[in-house]
Design a protein around this ligand. Structure first.
Ligand code: ADP
Length: 619
């Protein structure tokens, strides 16, 4: 027995022997003493006296059972609450109670071997509770995802295997749960190539979160693939600092995007209309400050939109005038009227004079922009009516000129006839001839004027036939200028190539040359010489009528071929209708030629025109 005890003493397992039903400790090795927390005074003591704290625990009962049944009891990870420093602490043991019998087979003692496994058990418990938490949070996570009102998809692995997907997402994808477990591009082949897909893989690669705003993604809809728009967030799923997947939270914003695109398209259409409108459009706020000016408005006013916004309708940078040339008071400006009264204004014409004295006319329509019942601004549309106004002006001028021009021969005709009537019984034949000649002259003058008027109307409507023949231009000039030569006040000198022929209406060409030569005589009376030059100009013949008179200022030459235009109309020094050059230019144009003037004040004028030459005439 002693030899046995010394072996037990060496055992690494904690060992004790309890004798009799009262469990008197007869042996406890180092290990067991350490477990008991007591090294002295335990031998010969009943176990429950040494460890009173186990009284209410399972051990006394188990020992009793072993004592009575004789069956060995083994337990693993059994909890024991042992008192250490006045406090109960948890310990865990693997242990065995084994009955030792005497030679007669009678119960004699219980051999108790035990191993303290507290640290292992606690470690496991930690792992387990962590595990428990993990599973709980994982399932919470799944539940959260599945019940979330937003669409969520969780991918795992570098192939983006679809791991979790909720109903909201399945609804968007038009898929069922069979996509779970499939790699993204296998489960959703439609979306391949979308930028949002590349972005997803990038989040997996980089581990950086990434978002998408109104990203277009092809989606199956009604048997076709349709572009839908999404706002989404990609978040990497990390485990131990490593990316193991990506979570995609997406919101379908297609309806908003389409609605906005529609509004944008409408706006663009409106913008296109405003941009290409032949009318100027300006929008002003309640304080009459321009907030928008379309390109035509900028063109008419000669300033860009930025400059527009810095000005007002009543800006000192331009003077507004009434049609009669008096200043337009601010209160009468259509914009002011609209903003003050809230009533629209239609077709009001005003003149605008720029700092450089350039004057132009605009016709304005203005309407208020209402905000509830208040005028919040105004919209002004206007067209440049300068040409129309000038034409009207010219027409008015023309009527007064024409009446004046017609009155002179009519008065003189009337005078001749009245005289004839008065002296009809006493008139001498010489006197009669003189009066008839005078009356004829007046009548011819009248006839010419009426012809010009008729011609100008016919010509402006393009109603004049041309009978083209081939003729020598120098011969025509020689014939038609006879009257000037015989008057003896001017020398007409022909220059250039007299052989040149043109293909044109001879009578109309005659009319043009006579007109130019007559003008030279009329407007350059003091210059004796008139040169007519005939020269070749590519596929045409150029004819120039050159005088050495007062010339025409450059700002007037551009208007000179216009109907009714008279460079010196104010002076009324020369009579005429302002139609001659207009008719000439129309005739030349009808022949496919060009007419122009080169002039220098004080030196003279060169009126020229081209006519197709004989070889190249297409008409
Ligand atoms: P009208 O002679 O009937 O006024 P035109 O059309 O023939 O009409 O001429 C228009 C204007 O051009 C004239 O009023 C005149 O001022 C100017 N003009 C025409 N020819 C000459 C010229 N050779 N020299 C200077 N001014 C001219």
């Amino acid at each position: 027995m002693d030899a046995l005890l010394s072996i037990l003493n060496l055992s690494t397992e904690a060992t004790a022997i309890y004798e009799g039903p009262e469990l008197k400790i007869v042996f406890a090795n180092e290990g067991m003493r350490a477990m008991f927390g007591k090294s002295e005074g335990i031998i010969g003591q009943p176990l429950l006296k040494v460890l009173p704290e186990i009284a209410g625990q399972a051990f006394p009962e188990l020992l009793k059972q072993v004592w009575e049944s004789g069956e060995t009891y083994t337990a693993n990870d059994m909890l024991a609450k042992l008192e250490v420093g006045g406090e109960l602490k948890d310990y865990y043991f693997d242990f065995t109670y084994r009955l030792v019998k005497d030679d007669q087979g009678k119960a004699q003692s219980i051999l108790h071997t035990a191993r303290d496994v507290t640290s292992r058990v606690i470690a496991w418990q930690r792992v387990e509770s962590a595990n428990a938490r993990l599973t709980e949070s994982e399932s919470n996570f799944r539940r959260l995802v599945e019940q979330a009102p937003v669409a969520i998809l969780v991918f795992r692995g570098k192939n983006m295997v679809i791991d979790i997907v909720n109903e909201a997402m399945l609804e968007i994808l038009r898929k069922d749960r069979s996509i779970i477990g499939k790699p993204l591009l296998e489960g959703l082949p439609e979306i391949e190539g979308a930028q949002a897909v590349d972005q997803l893989f990038e989040v997996y690669r980089s581990g950086n979160p990434s978002d998408g705003n109104e990203a277009p993604v092809p989606m199956p809809r009604n048997g076709k693939v349709e572009t839908r728009y999404f706002n989404f967030s990609y978040r990497p799923l990390l485990e131990g600092g490593k990316v193991i997947g990506v979570m995609d939270v997406a919101v379908d914003v297609t309806e908003q995007v389409l609605a906005r695109q529609k509004i944008e398209a409408n706006q663009k259409r409106l913008q296109d209309i405003l941009d290409t409108m032949a009318e100027g459009v300006v929008i002003v706020d309640a304080e009459a400050r321009p907030t928008y000016a379309n390109p035509m408005a900028q063109r008419i006013m000669g300033i860009d939109e930025k400059a527009f916004k810095a000005r007002s309708y009543n800006d000192a940078n331009w003077h507004n005038e009434r049609l009669d040339g008096t200043p337009l008071p601010k209160e009468d400006h259509p914009m002011y009227v609209v903003l003050r009264t809230g009533q629209p204004v239609y077709d009001q014409e005003i003149a605008i004079v720029l700092p450089d004295d350039h004057k132009f006319y605009i016709s304005i329509n203005a309407a208020p922009l209402m905000d509830e019942n208040d005028v919040s601004g105004g919209i002004l549309t206007f067209t440049d009516v300068t040409n129309r106004r000038l034409l009207l002006q010219q027409k008015e001028d023309f009527i007064s000129v024409a009446s004046h021009e017609l009155k002179t021969p009519v008065t003189s005709l009337k005078a001749s006839l009245q005289l004839m009537e008065r002296v009809q019984h006493t008139i001498t034949p010489e006197m009669l001839i003189k009066l008839i000649t005078q009356a004829n002259k007046s009548l011819n003058k009248l006839n010419d004027l009426v012809n010009s008027l008729l011609n100008s109307n016919r010509i402006s409507e393009g109603r004049f036939p041309t009978h083209k023949t081939s003729f020598s231009i120098s011969e025509l000039i020689n014939d038609c200028c006879h009257h000037i030569r015989s008057a003896g006040k001017h020398d007409i000198r022909l220059e250039g190539d007299p052989q040149l022929k043109v293909k044109a209406d001879e009578q109309l060409t005659d009319q043009v040359i006579v007109n130019l030569v007559n003008n030279a005589v009329k407007y350059a009376p003091k210059s004796r010489e008139i040169v007519i030059r005939i020269e070749k100009a590519s596929a045409a013949v150029k004819i120039s009528v050159i005088d050495f008179g007062p010339g025409i200022p450059p700002e007037k030459t551009e208007h000179i071929f216009k109907r009714y235009y008279q460079a010196e109309k104010a002076s009324r020094e020369f009579n005429g209708l302002g139609l001659g050059l207009y008719i000439c230019a129309e005739i030349i144009e009808k022949h496919g030629g060009v007419m122009g003037v080169d002039s220098e004040v004080g030196k003279g004028s060169t009126f020229w025109f081209t006519l197709p030459d004989n070889d190249h005439s297409k008409m």
